[in-house]
Design a protein around this ligand. Structure first.
Ligand code: G
Ligand code: G
Ligand code: NA
Ligand code: MN
Length: 254
């Protein structure tokens, strides 16, 4: 409860930040986009990890406010990068299952893009498997409405939890992200390679962009290239960075 009110206070005072992790095209090494990840540094409590404060936000009814904040902040940052000549094709924002039960979400996103004068391809929404588990027709309708805006829709952490292949074909996804547990020790684990290869095949045939997370070595990059994985994200390229550092990273690679 105390953490809940600290979070409310920090959100109101603009003390939450977004960090951005680059996503790189496997074939060319070029920048595909960035994923926005929330960071909370509290003056007395220190750094509180998103796994913890996202749960607190859900328990204290603040998760939608945080989601709206991250969408706004990511759009504001994209406009700033455009002005500064930093070409970030798209930003991916994580939203929790709760958001997708709110029928007002698609219009909120549409208005936000319009307000910032951003085309819909500049934004991707990441959903987790808990959203896929949510059988409510509201959720499905909201996902289709978001997709009709032409905003990207990405399935995060694919292959863990309760992913279902039938859901994968029923939801209007543009992208799947293979969970980083499959990439751990990928070079030596032929089972993980087999699963990754199969998921890449399914994703591509369904017309989705396939992203692998947790890429940490050059050798993993080469293997993923052989498997025709589209996009990689991981410490090999950069950890999630504050906006100024992402900008520096971008300029150094030009
Ligand atoms: O770096 P990492 O510790 O940032 O992220 C941990 C987890 O927290 C990830 O699974 C990520 O999806 C989630 N996460 C990070 N930021 C947000 C956010 O703004 N909203 C939601 N719902 N999840 C987030
Ligand atoms: O939303 P998601 O759970 O996928 O968030 C990505 C999480 O993975 C973040 O906590 C981020 O800091 C972390 N991460 C990103 N790249 C790597 C990596 O190469 N290795 C490891 N171990 N973690 C990573
Ligand atoms: Na994510
Ligand atoms: Mn993930």
């Amino acid at each position: 409860l105390m953490l809940g009110s600290a979070l409310r206070d920090s959100l109101a005072r603009g003390m939450l930040k977004l960090h951005y992790q680059p996503q790189v095209e496997t074939m060319t090494g070029g920048l595909y986009g960035v994923e926005a990840l929330s960071r909370w540094h509290h003056p007395t409590l220190g750094n509180i990890y998103p796994s913890r404060f996202i749960a607190v936000a859900e328990d204290t009814g603040q998760i939608e406010a945080i989601g709206r904040w991250s969408l706004q902040e990511a759009c504001r940052q994209m406009v700033k990068w455009d002005r500064d000549g930093v070409h970030v094709p798209t930003v991916a924002v994580n939203l929790s299952a709760v958001h997708f039960r709110n029928r007002a979400l698609p219009e909120y996103i549409a208005n936000l893009l319009k307000h910032h004068n951003l085309t819909p391809d500049r934004l991707t929404v990441e959903i987790t498997e808990s959203v896929m588990m949510d059988n409510s027709s509201d959720t499905e309708e909201v996902l289709y409405a978001i997709r009709r805006l032409d905003v990207g829709l990405s399935m995060d952490d694919f292959g863990t939890g309760y992913s279902s292949l039938s859901r994968l074909t029923r939801l209007p996804l543009t992208e799947i992200k293979i969970d980083r547990s499959f990439i751990n020790d990928f070079e030596h684990d032929t089972n993980a390679q087999a699963v990754t290869m199969a998921v890449i095949g399914i994703g591509s045939r369904l017309g989705m962009t396939v992203v692998t997370e947790g890429v940490e070595t050059e050798q993993q990059w080469r293997l993923l290239e052989e498997l025709h994985c589209d996009v990689m994200q991981g410490y090999l390229f950069a950890k999630p960075l504050p906006p100024e550092e992402l900008e520096k990273w971008f300029r150094e690679r030009q």
